[in-house]
Write a protein that binds this ligand. Structure first.
Ligand code: ADP
Ligand code: ZN
Length: 711
């Protein structure tokens, strides 16, 4: 059995090995057992039911909450030659009838169904008469009220186990919360299920937090280094989303806004354009969420701080589902914290306020942390790591610590002098000796602390004050617009009795430069060949009305651009190229790679043979190099096979390296060669005379070509 599921993995999906725990899960489901699978986005859940669907008799029923996602999944399966369809409200009557017929005739391996469709009595009755391979419940957390995305439609699915006691159920989710997990198992009645919890780490995502100073300029600098890449920019309010999108467009970035206040049609348009690589940047509120399964989202930027670590992790998780290096950048400023706090505190449900403030504090602590981001994140989800990740801003550019006692004393005494009634902005103005009207009105220019901190920039002071708050020397009163006050631990600092060590404020410009350099070196993803392959993919996808990732993933194109396969066999060894896709798209990609190779070395492989570049034989040779058979070359070129053979003969005669054995049986070659040795280059008819019937004129021509080059 292991061999056969491995065979399916290779030939159908074009993958070379399973990721943990795919193989175990698949084996269990093939054997008819229930499985509950918790795996992060991009972990590879789909294979865990798709391969069993191909290894068990009958049709697999896949429950999925969103019609747009269903369609992508089905398109992706069809592209791999798997018999799949979806059944939902988007189908016309005719289409629905066709799908029903296919289902009844056993012509489908997988059927994707919306939950409300599935649980209609007539549909259930129909299913009862069919052989069912399995039920797969995608986004299973939608069944739980504990989850973050409860859907009433899902509740009914809980009846499946009772209705179909012997059909295995695979339930899948990316939700980390143990409470929700228990609830899902109970609701689905799959207490027997083996539970697999794959790690939550997303090693290909680089986490970075930057102090928010000039957010739009910071965003622009980030995007500038990533001109060809797709990504999402999250902002907290609709208004901000629209502003940022507008400014980006004005600055020459193709960006669109997305939020719940826009008409359905516009939202669909944006989502579609993004999926199809027609739109690079979406600026969105969190409303831009579950419908996004685009695998090649290269970055997620949080323009504003998210409300909780859970949302942050979920939103950043939309980057890099294809496993390629991706980035999560958050701009973090104290102003955001104050806004979020006052929003939360406006609620009149004290229990809710308490929980949400806790979540917010955890988020702030993460943003301010001076330890490995990934460790902090994973620890939050209960996954303690004992080593740093080497792939976050803290790891790659560790904050330097320094004795900040003197600076701390200046800041704290300034807070004290202004009567503990002003926020950080004002404190910084006083420290730096600003001459604003407000300062003069308040006569704060007469304070002893006025201008004692002119040696630091506003940004640096902001950073220091933030750290002093974080470490508990200063407290911020949110009911008084963030006014700063002293905590008891500030006194010893003022008196010089305690020393204060802080992280050195990062030089933002330097950090940006560093991250740009890093992404510039981005492993072939930006090579010219990758771009050429991307263009081929886009043309194929548009012609078939599917998103580009259905044709091949970015990961596959990157591997192609690096490996530069020359023929079908080599192309098949690329991850993501299965037999079906090889037949469908192989020639187009091989041709593009070949053309690219030629453009690098003008004249290419064939120049030294003296053939002119636009020679028809050259086209034949190119197709030969792609591994096509005689018949295929002839068909592609619209020539007779014999003409192709004559091209090959001439190429052979001129010394081109052509593998004779691809066209002529190995045991025929010596017979023909012997006759050529005996008779010399005589006519084909003479040559053929006396040779076995099975030897054709094509055989003779090809061997003659090769022989004449090495007489
Ligand atoms: P999930 O549903 O868990 O978010 P998917 O099933 O969509 O994730 O898989 C994410 C990506 O990983 C897809 O591009 C998929 O083709 C790829 N993938 C999954 N399993 C493998 C594997 N064994 N080898 C290589 N790529 C894989
Ligand atoms: Zn790290």
């Amino acid at each position: 059995m292991i061999n056969t599921i491995q065979h399916t993995l290779k030939t159908v999906f074009g993958f070379h090995g399973f990721r943990p725990p795919q193989q175990e899960v698949i084996e269990r489901v093939v054997a008819g057992e229930d499985v509950f699978l918790v795996m992060p986005t991009g972990g590879g859940k789909s294979l865990c039911y798709q391969i069993p669907a191909l290894h068990r008799a009958g049709v697999a029923i896949v429950v999925s909450p969103l019609i747009s996602l269903m369609k992508d999944q089905v398109d992706a399966l069809l592209a791999n030659g798997v018999r799949a369809a979806c059944f939902n409200s988007s189908l016309s009557n005719d289409e629905a009838r066709t799908v029903s017929r296919q289902m009844e005739k056993g012509e489908l391996d997988l059927l994707y169904v919306a939950p409300e469709r599935l649980m209609q009595p007539e549909f259930l009755e129909r299913l009862a008469t069919l052989k069912l391979a399995l039920f797969a419940i995608d986004e299973a957390h939608c069944i739980s009220q504990w989850g973050h995305d409860f859907r009433p439609d899902y509740v009914q699915i809980g009846r499946l186990r009772g209705l179909f006691p012997v059909v295995p159920i695979v339930a899948m989710t990316a939700t980390a919360d143990p409470e929700t997990r228990r609830d899902i198992i109970r609701q689905l009645g799959i207490e027997q299920a083996t539970v697999y919890v794959a790690g939550f780490d997303r090693p290909n995502i680089t986490y970075t937090v930057m102090p928010k100073q000039k957010p739009f300029a910071q965003l622009g600098a980030f995007l500038n280094g990533r001109r060809a890449e797709a990504g999402i920019v999250y902002a907290l309010s609709r208004k901000r989303v629209e502003q940022v999108a507008e400014r980006l467009n004005a600055a020459g970035f193709a960006a669109a806004a997305y939020h719940a206040g826009l008409p359905d049609e516009e939202r669909r348009r944006v989502q579609d354009a993004f999926r199809r690589d027609d739109l690079r940047i979406v600026v969105a509120t969190v409303a831009f969420g579950m419908g996004i399964d685009k695998p090649n989202v290269r970055f997620v930027v949080h323009y504003d701080m998210p409300k909780s670590v859970e949302s942050y992790y979920q939103e950043t998780g939309r980057a890099g589902r294809d496993g390629l290096p991706s980035e999560a950048l958050m701009l973090f400023g104290m102003g955001d914290v104050m806004t979020a706090r006052s929003l939360i505190e406006n609620s009149d449900n004290p229990e809710r306020v308490r929980i949400e403030l806790q979540k917010l504090n955890a988020m702030v602590a993460y943003a301010e942390a001076l330890t490995c981001r990934r460790r902090a994140l994973l620890a939050y989800f209960g996954d303690q790591r004992d080593h740093d990740c080497d792939n976050c801003d803290i790891c790659t550019d560790p904050p330097q610590r320094f004795d900040a006692s003197e600076l701390a004393r200046k800041a704290i005494s300034c807070v004290y002098r202004v009567g503990e009634r002003f926020g950080a902005r004002h404190i910084i103005d006083v420290l730096r000796g600003a001459r604003g009207q407000r300062i003069l009105d308040l006569r704060h220019n007469e304070l002893s602390t006025y201008g004692i901190g002119a040696e630091l920039s506003s940004a640096e002071w902001d950073n220091i004050i933030r750290q002093l708050i974080h470490l508990g020397y200063l407290v911020q009163d949110f009911s008084r617009f963030g006014a700063l006050g002293l905590s008891p631990s500030a006194r010893p600092v003022l008196k010089g009795e305690t020393r204060v060590t802080l992280g050195r404020p990062r030089d933002v410009a330097k950090a940006e430069e560093k991250s740009r350099r890093k992404s510039g070196a981005g492993e072939g993803a930006h090579s010219a060949l990758f771009e050429a392959l991307r263009t081929v993919r886009k043309q194929i996808a548009d012609a078939a009305s599917v998103p580009p990732f259905v044709v091949f993933s970015d990961a596959t194109l990157v591997e192609m651009a690096k490996g530069r396969p020359r023929d079908e066999r080599e192309l098949l060894s690329i991850t993501g190229v299965g037999e079906h896709k090889l037949r469908r798209y192989g020639v187009q990609f091989l041709t593009a790679i070949d053309e690219f190779r030629r453009s690098e070395a003008p004249g290419g492989d064939i120049s030294d043979s003296g053939l002119s570049l636009n020679d028809t034989r050259r086209d034949t040779f190119r197709l030969y190099q792609q591994g096509l058979s005689l018949a295929e070359i002839a068909a592609r070129r619209g020539l007779k096979e014999l003409t192709v053979v004559s091209h090959l003969e001439e190429l052979l005669a001129s010394g081109q390296h052509i593998d004779l054995q691809r066209f002529v049986d190995a045991d025929k070659i010596p017979l023909i060669e012997a006759r050529l040795e005996a008779l010399g280059a005589v006519s084909l008819t003479v040559l053929k005379d006396g040779l076995p019937e099975s030897i054709s004129y094509c055989d003779l021509r090809l061997v003659r070509g090769a022989w004449s080059n090495h007489p």
